[in-house]
Design a protein around this ligand. Structure first.
Ligand SMILES: [Zn+2]
Length: 781
């Protein structure tokens, strides 16, 4: 589902497949969390590992896995799962396929017709392209549709709503245009697609059409396929429009969709849309948009079609029909393990999805193929005698495209074990040429920066961390941003939604990362029949060297976490980032207060009516309630306590590096690792978010109205955005309480570590109480 697109490759002197790639300027310092001896051995093994991934093999993997359409429920989806099962076994992994049974609608009737003022019937077909062999596998291709649209047959006037997000409807209100009883047409972009029918329905629309404007990924951007990488006139973006209340199988929220699981009836599933929705191409959209009358759209709403964009409503009248087969289909998760030699009960999990909308060479195979290659390389290391300390689990998820089905069902089914054992989940999805991107739990920021310094960039021969950092310096808008970008580590972003990390992080409280490369190879084949091997080998990472970089990055991160003596989580970067979030929230409230005051003042002055063109339709905004002051004290106290504890931990951790090497043998380090694993769990509450209880994490959640986009400290931020002031105050209490608990946990880990390194705890801490269930062992040394 991740949207990372690609472009024509530069011709560069590329490293030869299989050649030993020396880590550029690896720091001689000890790896975080490794004893001096282990650090040296680990560096050795990691360097051996990075020399193994082979572009040729990853190209072959891609060709095999994308040879036929492999959506959920297709024969080739199962075939791929079984092929990968065999591969993982061949690499020496203990492997099985775990099957779940999920609701997966496929279309049986789709109609978009213009009835008035002229007649036009949309094709709703992507034509094969002669040079592209797999584009002609029409019998196996899923028709263009949006999965989890409710069935419907509606005829109504059409209204153009830009991206169809909430701000757009506010603009429509100013123009005096209502979508009540209308079918809306929205362009892709601006938010996750599932938000568009949701917001349209909230405003009274009866149907929703989503199209790909050529301005966003078509001819406006560059030459279109097959001459170039961009979206051709009949290309359509398929995709899920499942509601944001919870991901996974709509019929089994919170539990694994096993054969005998208790299921909701379809009519009771909360994540199916309430109005019918269908995606179309710009070829099909143009006659509909051209038939709209009414006001000309605001400038920011204009796309790149050769027409004047009007809002409507009408005179265009549209007939929209969507009917699906509502079948339960099996999905196949491939789960492959290497048991840990020392601490098998601690799991380092790595995954990518394998299902696609059609052939999906880019999404998801450009991620899946390197993940398989990582597994092969780890298998080679095992043959040479390497054994990971912790258990490593590689996962190839099915059903990601319809709604993170495979990962969510697995996480729900194994919730109790994950709670006990999961150390980290590292995800990738699509991959292409360009710059490192990494998002995730901020306790992992230091670790992933360190790993990225050991991975060479194929185009510049810098390491990928340095290249990403220099890009940030170059793109920074303000001097302080530039200085910040120059500081040693690149800051990682928070995770929202959009791929399989979401259930791990948001529902199970497992520290997570999402990694990949991109930014140099854009295109417009996302979720179409043209995302295939032909496209990727002409316009993607054609030499498969960023495929190798991803395998090197992902595998090194897995090894670094699996072999560490002390898990390299760093609470101080997390505390620092959360402090910024609290600052953002305070600013957000202040801005809203000022904006509301100013608007009310201008209403009183008559600014809106005085400046509106009387010949145009204009409705002034309503008077606004000025947001009250909120109580940020619980959050601020929580952050301050967390910062103090994190600092204490960091000090003790740095002592560990300087201590007598024998401290690394302390059995207490095992307890400390167990506690470190809990630092991410502690950000959760059992009740979850008030309006979306499936989401348990109190620091990160995807936005209810952005989808992919993250909302940090969601219980406060979203409630501020929705003018729910009492809920925002309650959210501040909850999140503040979570931060206090986090602070207490980190503080107790710091105290343990202080004992190990032989540093007396500060007097004020000596009488400190430990949390129930927390083992306190005397250091005795
Ligand atoms: Zn994907």
């Amino acid at each position: 589902m991740t949207r990372q697109l690609a472009v024509a490759a530069l011709s560069l002197a590329l490293l030869q497949p299989g050649s030993a790639v020396a880590a550029p300027a690896a720091s001689p310092a000890n790896l975080d969390g490794y004893s001096p001896t282990h650090s040296a051995t680990e560096r050795d093994w990691e360097a051996k590992f990075r020399a193994i991934p082979d572009p040729k093999i990853m190209r072959d993997n891609m060709q095999r896995l994308s040879a036929r359409p492999h959506n959920v429920g297709s024969p080739y989806d199962q075939d791929n799962a079984e092929w990968m099962l065999g591969k993982f076994k061949e690499f020496g992994f203990d492997t099985h396929i775990e099957t779940f049974y999920v609701l997966f609608p496929t279309p049986k009737q789709r109609v978009v017709e213009l009835l008035e003022p002229t007649k036009f019937t949309a094709k709703l077909q992507e034509p094969p392209v002669a040079v592209d062999p797999t584009s002609s596998q029409t019998a196996e291709q899923l028709p263009t549709y949006n999965a989890y649209s409710i069935d419907g047959d509606v005829t109504a006037p059409l209204v153009y709503v830009n991206y169809g997000v909430r701000d757009d409807y506010e603009q429509l209100d100013r123009m005096g245009v209502s979508v009540k009883g209308a079918i809306v047409i929205a362009r892709y972009g601006g938010a996750w697609r599932g938000i568009k029918p949701k917001v349209a329905a909230e405003h009274g629309a009866v149907g929703c059409i989503i199209y790909s404007d050529p301005r966003d990924d078509g001819y406006f951007e560059g030459q279109y396929f097959p001459e170039g990488p961009f979206r051709p006139p009949d290309g359509v973006q398929r995709g899920s429009v499942m509601d944001t209340e919870y991901p996974g199988d709509p019929l089994t929220p919170g539990v694994g969709a096993t054969k005998d699981a208790k299921r909701l009836e379809i009519k009771d599933a909360k994540t199916i849309t309430t109005i019918p929705v269908l995606p179309i191409s710009y070829g099909d959209a143009q006659p509909l948009l051209a038939a709209l009358g009414g006001q000309v759209v605001p400038e920011g709403w204009r796309g790149a079609l050769p027409i004047t964009y009007h809002v409507g409503p009408g005179p265009a009248k549209v007939h929209l029909v969507v009917k699906s087969n509502w079948d339960i289909k099996p999905i196949y998760d491939v789960i492959a393990k290497i048991p840990g030699s020392d601490t098998p009960d601690e799991w380092v999990i790595r995954g990518n999805h394998h299902d696609a909308w059609v052939n999906g060479a880019e999404d998801p195979i450009s991620g899946m193929s390197p993940v398989l290659e990582e597994a092969r390389a780890l298998g080679e290391l095992m043959k040479q005698g390497w054994k990971p300390k912790r258990t490593i689990i590689y996962c190839a998820w099915d059903g990601e495209e319809p709604g993170l089905l495979g990962s969510t069902e697995w996480v729900e089914e194994h919730g109790a074990e994950l709670n006990q054992h999961a150390v980290i989940y590292i995800n990738s999805d699509s991959n292409s040429r360009g710059f490192l991107f990494a998002s995730g739990s901020h306790t992992l920021e230091r670790m992933i920066n360190s790993v990225a310094r050991d991975v060479p960039d194929p185009e510049t021969k810098l390491n990928v961390q340095r290249r990403a950092q220099l890009r940030r310096v170059g793109r920074a808008q303000k001097p302080d941003e530039r200085e910040e970008a120059r500081s040693a580590d690149i800051r990682i972003g928070a995770l929202g939604d959009g791929s399989d990390y979401a259930p791990f992080l948001d529902h199970a409280g497992v520290a997570a990362l999402n990694i990949g490369f991109g930014g140099e190879s854009n295109g417009g084949i996302y979720h179409s029949i043209y995302d295939d091997f032909y496209w990727y080998t002409h316009f993607g990472d054609t030499e498969f060297v960023y495929e190798r970089a991803l395998a090197q990055l992902g595998g090194t991160a897995v090894m670094r976490m699996a072999d560490a003596d002390v898990l390299p989580f760093d609470p101080s970067t997390s505390a620092d980032t959360i402090k910024r979030y609290v600052g953002e929230l305070k600013n957000e409230l202040k801005e809203r207060q000022e904006k509301a005051k100013e608007r009310n003042r201008e209403l009183e002055e008559g600014v809106f009516t005085a400046t509106a063109d009387p010949q145009k339709n204009y409705v002034p905004p309503p008077k606004e309630q000025v947001p009250p002051y909120l109580n940020f004290a619980p959050l601020e106290n929580g952050v301050a306590a967390y910062e103090r504890a994190a600092k204490r931990y960091k000090t003790a951790f740095s002592k560990l590096a300087e201590s007598n090497p024998t401290v690394w043998d302390s059995p207490e380090l095992k307890t400390i690792n167990q506690q470190l694993i809990l630092t991410e769990r502690t950000f959760m509450t059992t009740e979850g978010l008030k309006e979306r209880p499936w989401f348990k994490h109190q620091i990160y959640a995807p936005g209810a109205y952005t989808g992919y986009g993250v909302k940090t400290i969601p219980a406060v931020r979203e409630m501020i955005e929705e003018d729910k002031w009492a809920d925002a105050d309650a959210g501040s209490m909850t999140a503040g309480g979570v931060l206090m608990k986090e602070a207490a946990l980190v503080d107790s880990i710091a105290a343990e570590l202080e004992k190990v390194v032989g540093q007396a705890p500060p007097a004020t801490q000596s009488a400190r109480k430990h949390k129930k269930g927390e083992e306190v062992t005397a250091s005795g040394r």
